[in-house]
Ligand binder design. Structure first.
Ligand code: PRP
Length: 213
């Protein structure tokens, strides 16, 4: 598909658990990194076509690189996009990869809750919207990982977090208290690249659609 690329194509992938599925999808499209991107310390590597570059970044940074046009295309979780302000890129495709849920969780054996909940999360905007829709006032505690620890150690009453297998909740004596939304990996496209590299990006989207829908 990419034999006759007229322009470089920069693709940003999300590091961590979703990366293996993203690479497998690209491989089905005939795109492969020239070296093992899962073990390399290099943050940008060539693809098997000289015009293709692949970057591996934290999800939020994938969105930032695509917004600024450094990456033409990104693959990133909807959980990240829900945190991202504004209408900064196109989001043409739900890739249906890395499916999980955003939930509210708390201790299985929890004490009576205070009137004003302490909610720990890294999904600040999502948590704000959820509790605003419930009409519940909260104190937000911003954490960056290991959220399950917060109720266990008494830092927070509830967490807003991703659940995939549920094993982290179980291992820490927590349970889901409310469902917020389903999450999956999404394809995002820089708005300028969408116009200037249109035929190539159209083909890319069509191929991804054929592989994922
Ligand atoms: C995510 C999430 C949960 C865990 C859920 O964390 O924040 O902690 O995975 O997965 P499970 O339902 O399959 O147990 P991640 O592993 O990304 O690390 P983090 O805690 O540093 O965010």
């Amino acid at each position: 598909m990419f034999d006759e690329l007229a322009h470089p194509l920069v693709i940003a992938l999300s590091k961590g658990r979703p990366l293996a599925q993203q690479l497998a999808l690209l491989q089905r499209l005939g795109i492969e990194p020239s070296e093992d991107i899962t073990t390399s310390r290099k943050l940008v590597v060539k693809g098997n076509h000289p015009q293709i570059r692949l970057m591996v970044l934290r999800g939020h940074d994938v969105a930032t690189y695509v917004e600024h046009g450094i990456a033409d295309i990104g693959i990133v979780g909807k959980d990240v996009l829900l945190e991202f302000p504004g209408d900064n890129f196109y989001e043409p495709l739900d890739l249906k990869l890395s499916q999980c849920q955003l939930i509210v969780a708390g201790l299985i054996d929890e004490k009576p809750l205070p009137r004003r909940l302490r909610v720990a999360t890294k999904f600040i905007e999502t948590a704000k919207r959820f509790y605003a829709s419930e009409g519940t006032q909260i104190d937000m505690i911003r954490l960056t990982g290991g959220l399950e620890l917060a109720p266990v150690m008494g830092l927070a009453d509830r967490i807003v977090d991703i659940v995939e297998t549920g094993s982290t909740l179980v291992a820490n004596g927590l349970e889901p208290k409310a469902f917020i939304c389903d999450i999956s990996s999404r394809l995002i496209i820089n708005k300028v690249a969408f116009k200037t590299k249109q035929p190539m990006i159209d083909r890319f989207i069509e191929s991804m659609m054929a592989e994922t829908q």
